[in-house]
Design a protein around this ligand. Structure first.
Ligand code: NAD
Ligand code: UD1
Length: 338
């Protein structure tokens, strides 16, 4: 039996993708060092979906451990989520980010090649577009990075492009996620950030549940419809479905493709706050605060390539996103340690 290997499978997007793969009948192996996740996530996934899942603890930088995984299991493709993702932390610990994200990916690819597994779906990010000159952003837009996290994603994209140039029998998709939010509609799995959330949606949810007094809205003088920052929020279950489509695409395609996973619609910070409050009938107190350094005004995807190449498009609405985020947060006020 062949398996799909998920590096970082216990994390926020990995656990939702594991669930989607199990529901579609794929045997799954997760390989995660639990540096930013809990073993409970995949335990809950196994309660939600019958299926074949093996959960392994290990680090992608540990070449011997990775070899053991490939030796013991027949793996047909890898979905590579494992990585560190906090922008602020990456500026304080650049070597740690480059080692974990970049060196970890090189090690993974070396072991994949050794075992002749050459299908890879990589978690890239809209961060590789830097401060895009125009929106919506197409895959052909220029790439740049403003912090070590973004730089690590960009470096990995370049490394994988060079790999495919040298060895054209690889099949690689670089999935550039826009802003993943929401949770499985069961409310059993979701995003469980360590400490103070960096991202908007988990912060709103923690304010709504009473764990934080109010949201700071970072800037209300951007050139957007209400002055607050605009982003392309995408439901994590839609994102998970996109990985399934990317794996199916790789069954018949070689080479490398970068593909945006976004909805194509931008919402502002205040749109998010107001929709969250209205749909969930809960107060989200907020104050206007100075801009966050490094933030851009507006970022949303041109999602056409995902539709034409993968046959994928986002299906969930903003109402679904805020409803599912709240179900997860209100049922698990302290995340997996609730
Ligand atoms: P997450 O932190 O919840 O998941 C990442 C998982 O990787 C965690 O379970 C962590 O323990 C594991 N991990 C980290 N380093 C590892 C290592 N060296 N070896 C083994 N496991 C390791 O993050 P997420 O939100 O699920 O993101 C998944 C991927 O998608 C990341 O690569 C991230 O950079 C990328 N991404 C995320 C977002 C987002 O907003 N969530 C946006 C764009 C791209
Ligand atoms: C951030 C990261 C980016 C990463 C993305 C998805 C930065 C500078 N960028 O982007 O690299 O790819 O997350 O993980 O960290 N906001 C508030 N108050 C808050 C939090 C956020 O007003 O407490 C605003 C922001 O200013 C922004 C919007 O909400 O306008 C979304 O913020 P966030 O969720 O952090 O995502 P990004 O800024 O897109």
């Amino acid at each position: 039996m062949t398996h799909i290997l998920l590096t970082g499978g216990a994390g926020y997007i990995g656990s939702h993708t594991a669930l989607a793969l199990l529901r579609a009948g794929y045997p799954v192996i997760s390989f995660d060092n639990y540096s930013n996740s809990s073993t409970s996530a995949l335990e809950r996934v196994t309660q939600l979906a019958a299926g074949n899942i093996t959960t392994l603890s290990g680090d992608i930088r540990d070449e011997a451990a990775l070899r053991e995984v490939f030796r013991q299991h027949k793996i047909s493709a890898v979905v590579h989520f494992a990585g560190l993702k906090a922008v602020g932390e990456s500026t304080e610990m650049p070597l740690h980010y480059y080692d974990n994200n970049v060196a970890g990916t090189v090690t993974l690819c070396r072991v994949m090649r050794e075992f002749n597994v050459k299908k890879l779906v990589f978690s890239s990010s809209a961060t590789v577009y830097g401060d895009a000159k125009t929106v919506p952003i197409a895959e052909s837009a220029p790439r740049s990075a403003t912090n070590p996290y973004g730089q690590s994603k960009l470096m990995i994209e370049l490394i994988l492009e060079d790999l495919v140039k040298a060895e054209p029998d690889w099949g690689i998709t670089l999935l550039r996620y826009f802003n993943p939010v929401g949770a499985d509609s069961s409310g059993q799995i979701g995003e469980d950030p360590n400490g103070i959330p960096n991202n908007l949606m988990p912060f709103i949810a923690q304010v709504a549940v009473g764990q934080r007094p109010k949201l700071s809205v970072f800037g209300d003088d951007y050139p957007t419809h209400d002055g607050t920052g605009v982003r392309d929020y995408i439901h994590v279950s839609d994102l998970a479905a996109g990985h399934l489509k990317a794996l199916q695409y790789l069954e018949t395609h070689q080479g490398i493709e970068a593909i945006n996973l976004g909805t194509g619609t931008g919402y502002s910070v205040l749109d998010m706050v107001k929709t969250f409050s209205a749909i969930n009938q809960v107060a989200v107190p907020y104050q206007i605060a100075p801009r966050r350094p490094g933030d851009i005004a507006s970022c949303y995807a041109k999602p056409d390539k995902a539709l034409s190449l993968l046959g994928w498009q986002a299906e969930k609405t903003l109402d679904d996103m805020v409803r599912d985020s709240w179900r997860w947060q209100s049922q698990n006020p302290n995340g997996y340690s609730s």
